[in-house]
Design a protein around this ligand. Structure first.
Ligand code: RP5
Length: 175
């Protein structure tokens, strides 16, 4: 197994379907990572032990996802000097993820959590890759390629839209 450079942590296995998006982005960049269920509330000692041991195992960035009263990212940030990216998740409680967003983003000065949007698993991974790329020229080149690909994708859509018109474009997209 390659040394994991990114740790994707989540409060529950019910978060996995969303966080698969983060893992897939890291796979697309060829960034070694590991995925763990660790709860700030249900398994506090296990969570802290994992975070404290992670740097020696090669982990350089943490992505922490949780819903409801989401304290995972904050607790991880309290126990490491490595960058922590928080992903607030929507839960079934009916607050549409605003509960987790506030819990994750409002950290006290000195203990930062770089918080992405609600359910922003993919962007968390893109941000982790950008952090790693500061000291990894190969990864930086792959990010540049990805940006070119995105631009080409937008250009292709406009070309199709010009060719088909709005109704034809939507018919093709939906059909
Ligand atoms: C949070 O509580 C987890 O991150 C999850 O989003 C939410 C619900 O957890 P389960 O009851 O589905 O395990 O800690």
């Amino acid at each position: 197994m390659p040394t994991p450079r990114v740790a994707i942590l989540m409060g529950s296995d019910s978060d996995l379907p969303t966080m698969r998006g983060a893992a897939n982005v890291l796979i697309s960049y060829g960034v070694a990572h590991e995925v763990k269920v660790l709860s700030a509330h249900r398994s506090p000692a296990r969570t802290v032990a994992y975070v404290e041991a992670a740097p020696d195992r090669g982990v350089q960035v943490f992505i922490c996802a949780a819903g409801m009263a989401a304290h995972l990212a904050g607790v991880v940030a309290a126990h490491t000097s490595l960058p922590v990216i928080g992903v607030p998740l929507q839960s079934s409680a009916g607050l549409a993820g605003a509960d987790a967003l506030y819990s994750t983003v409002m950290m006290p000065p000195g203990i930062p959590v770089a918080t992405v949007g609600i359910g922003g698993a993919k962007n968390a991974a893109h941000l982790a890759v950008r952090i790693l790329a500061l000291a990894d020229a190969e990864l930086a080149a792959r990010i540049a390629e990805h940006r070119v690909d995105m631009d080409a994708g937008v250009a292709a859509k406009n070309e199709r839209l010009d060719t088909l018109g709005v109704d034809g474009y939507l018919a093709e997209k939906e059909g």
